[in-house]
Write a new protein. Structure first.
Lengths: 456, 355
């Protein structure tokens, strides 16, 4: 805090980098002890006034590169930085994180403790700051992204929120257990659904729009064939004979162009082979049921996409998203927090914009988790409300992240590259645009996120 | 022949204990601290100008026939002295200056140094004579009242005090080194305000008694023959060589205690004015320069030992900042910037020192 008593206000500045001060003469100092041979000259310095420590002090002087974050005036913070405090008269004070958080009013009724800050205080954000927002968790692998997403997820569940997770590596299924295998407080709230195992969909329960979404977007069915499929589906539905076998039979016997029939048949077999669809009503798990359970007491529906092929994964995701939109549109659900790990592996191109614009209005609030920031579109970064940034050393990755609207590139570049593992730079609404570095706290959860190794 | 070390170890210096006091210049420290205490309540202005002196022009002849030199590799101690002074600020009543001296010698193919200082003084009109005279009295026991101006202007005090330290260091070298070559910065001109003839004579005599030869290198000279600087009239002859001069006369009381040569010690088209103790026979003078060539590294015709002495005592901007920090922290002197009238009146055109 740079406090100008005369102006009766203060600037809140953040140290984003520490450099050696460009003190004139330092190079000469270092060079002069080397004669032409390059060998160090031995000698004695008789320094009766003890100036040498002062020289060392000047030589090692540090320059703190700061960014102006806000102005503090009349007990209020404002984002204004259109004034400068007196260079000679201002008082520079270190503002502790709790004090800053108090000033910035980063508190609320739904606290989520992210972890500890450098000054040994806790960084607590408010769950409502994640509500209705688009979030990105990114960093290079092994830094703790999944750990943070689990922390956010269980915290939201703790506040009775509905959370849907696309779990690419099967890490979230055991979150209801502690590390030593005992049940924890989330045990009844974690609904792990593994496609084609405990997550199957009765074909007669499928809404045509959802099926069409799967066929067109996941299985790339051309428009003409899609029209024919619609006719077949409607015919069977009207007759009340919509089963997998009947659908296959109808496609085989359908009087149409051979190419169209072949296209329909190949998609049909893809659906059948996914094992995700069933005629057995007892076997079918209703996603809607899990969502309703979660709606009542809060819960997480973990869609385990581990061991699922690329096509099947897309089918499942299309289904889940379609179903979510349906539920939200019909107000069966109020809102859902969606956690999507490495979304580029299963999310079709057009969904990106959908998620940040249309689906957000329906109440799907997405958190993307990725170690490849360039797989997320630039528009997503521009509209991201919160970014949880872990270490990146690659310039290209830092460039991508620095495109986010709520952060300046310099802050990202200078802080992110020096972050140790498990340290996270939090940017955006949750910290009232005061970038904060925190060591993400540990969780007593069975995370199963560790990489399997050969030698250990 | 038994190899004889000309330098033995003492607790303070790597020199033998001479008759003269070679302990730390305690008087320098005392006066430095006393003078700073007086300024405790005053503010001072930053100013980084350094004074320079020039040679007095004279009429002389330069012999066109070079004296060729052959490097002598017979192990000889080469030692050099230099001092530096800088004004680090101004107070309402005077100036704050810093002085530092360095001696460098080459021994067993390694350079070694002793650096004295920095000594920081607050010099005012009131204390300038007291400071100067008490140091002079403490280190040279006598005052050369005949040539000593009673009240030197304040702006000359930095160079006067630095000269005093330089002469003291030169005396120390002359007393403690045997069979060596002593390199001084500047000329062997004496009888000037800061170099009393008697003192310089004594330094040279002491050096001779210990079989040393004093070579004084001037980085710049104003001596001219036929309108050209003597260092610009270099015959295309194989280097290294010396060019002898004759007829160098100064107006009294200035006295030249050395013979003036132009030394071109390397192929590079660079030469320096070189003064060699007059009392030394010419062959010994040549021998001393040849020993220098055989024992020291030369860069652009300039001895490395002397270059290092100069470099080691010169103040860098960083050190000036450190000394300002010292005076502020230790002595509570508040630094203020007195407006630079040139800058104030003429803006970017107001460079100090330009009319």
């Amino acid at each position: 805090m740079v406090e100008d008593a005369d102006a009766a206000k203060a600037l809140i500045v953040q140290v984003i980098d520490v450099q050696f001060a460009a003190v004139p003469g330092v190079l000469e100092e270092l060079l002069r002890t080397l004669p032409d041979g390059g060998e160090l000259i031995q000698g004695e310095d008789i320094d009766p006034l003890e100036i040498a420590p002062h020289i060392t002090y000047i030589q090692d002087a540090s320059l703190l590169v700061c960014k102006i974050r806000a102005t503090f005036e009349n007990d209020q913070l404002s984002p204004s930085s259109s004034w400068l405090p007196s260079r000679s008269q201002s008082l520079i004070k270190k503002l502790s994180v709790p004090a800053l958080m108090k000033l910035a009013k980063v508190d609320g009724n739904l606290p989520i403790i992210l972890g500890g800050t450098k000054d040994s205080s806790l960084l607590t954000i408010d769950a409502s700051a994640i509500d209705g927002t688009l979030n990105i968790i990114t960093g290079k692998k092994g830094c703790g992204k999944s750990h943070l997403s689990k922390l956010l997820m269980v915290s939201l569940v703790g506040y009775k929120a509905t959370v849907v997770i696309f779990d690419l590596n099967g890490e979230y299924s055991s979150l209801g257990m502690t590390q030593d295998g005992k049940r924890n407080m989330y045990y009844d709230k974690i609904h792990a659904l593994t496609p084609s195992q405990n997550f199957k969909v009765g074909i007669d329960q499928l809404h045509l729009n959802v099926v069409m979404g799967i066929l067109v977007h996941a299985l790339h069915l051309p428009g003409t064939s899609a029209r024919e499929f619609r006719r077949i589906w409607k015919g069977l539905k009207d007759k009340g004979t919509l089963t997998i076998a009947e659908l296959g039979e109808a496609i085989r016997n359908y009087n149409c162009n051979q190419h169209v029939r072949d296209a329909l048949a190949s998609r049909f077999y893809s659906l059948v082979n996914s094992g995700f669809f069933t005629d057995n009503a007892a076997e079918a798990t209703l996603l809607e049921e899990s969502l309703m359970k979660a709606k009542e007491a809060g819960g997480a529906i973990v869609i385990n996409l581990k061991n699922t092929s690329n096509v099947d994964r897309q089918i499942v995701v299309e289904y889940v998203l379609g179903k979510l939109v349906d539920s939200l549109q019909s107000w069966k659900l109020k809102a859902t927090f969606l956690f999507a790990e490495e979304a580029h592996l299963y999310l079709r191109e057009t969904y990106w914009d959908d998620i940040v614009t249309r689906m957000r209005h329906f109440g799907i609030f997405t958190t993307f988790i990725t170690n490849q920031p360039d797989t997320i579109q630039e528009t997503i970064y521009r509209q991201a409300d919160n970014i949880f940034l872990f270490n990146f050393t690659n310039e290209h990755d830092l460039d991508v992240v620095s495109r986010a609207a709520r952060v300046d590139a310099e802050t990202v570049r200078s802080i992110a590259r020096d972050l140790p593992p498990q340290y996270c730079l939090t940017l955006g609404r949750v910290v009232r645009d005061f970038p904060m570095v925190t060591r993400v706290r540990s969780l007593d959860l069975k995370t199963m996120g560790e990489t399997r190794l050969f030698f250990t | 022949m038994i190899e004889q070390y000309t330098i033995t170890t003492t607790p303070k210096y790597n020199f033998p204990q001479p008759a003269m006091d070679t302990t730390l210049p305690q008087r320098f420290i005392e006066l430095s601290l006393n003078s700073l205490r007086q300024v405790r309540t005053n503010a001072f202005q930053l100013n980084l100008q350094q004074d320079s002196t020039t040679d007095t022009p004279t009429q002389l002849q330069l012999k066109r026939q070079p004296l060729p030199l052959t490097p002598r590799h017979q192990e000889t101690l080469i030692a050099a002295v230099d001092t530096s002074t800088i004004k680090i600020g101004e107070t309402q009543t005077g100036i704050i200056i810093a002085i530092r001296g360095a001696t460098v010698w080459k021994q067993n193919r390694h350079y070694r140094y002793t650096r004295l200082g920095p000594f920081i003084f607050h010099i005012t009109e009131e204390n300038k004579n007291a400071v100067y005279n008490s140091i002079e009295k403490a280190y040279f026991n006598v005052q050369y009242s005949g040539t000593h101006q009673a009240t030197p202007p304040l702006f000359q005090m930095p160079t006067r005090l630095a000269s005093l330290l330089e002469r003291w260091l030169q005396t120390m070298l002359a007393k403690t080194v045997n069979n060596g070559v002593l390199l001084f910065d500047g000329s062997l001109t004496s009888g000037t305000i800061d170099t009393p003839t008697q003192r310089m004579r004594e330094i040279l005599a002491t050096a001779r008694r210990n079989s040393n030869t004093v070579l004084a290198f001037s980085k710049a000279t104003s001596l001219r023959t036929n309108g050209y600087l003597i260092t610009d009239q270099l015959p295309e002859q194989e280097t290294p060589y010396l060019l002898e001069t004759t007829g160098v006369r100064f107006k009294p009381p200035t006295v030249l205690l050395g013979d003036v040569y132009v030394a071109r010690l390397q192929k590079a088209n660079m030469a320096f004015r070189l003064d060699i103790d007059k009392e030394i026979p010419t062959p010994n003078k040549m021998e001393a320069v040849e020993k220098l060539l055989g024992n020291d590294v030369l860069q652009q015709s300039y001895p490395e030992t002397l270059r290092l002495a100069h470099i080691l005592c010169t103040f860098t901007a960083n050190e000036v900042l450190a000394m300002q920090h010292f005076t502020t922290r230790r002595h509570g002197i508040q630094i203020i910037n007195r407006p630079d009238m040139h800058r104030l009146l003429f803006g970017p055109f107001g460079k100090e020192g330009y009319a």
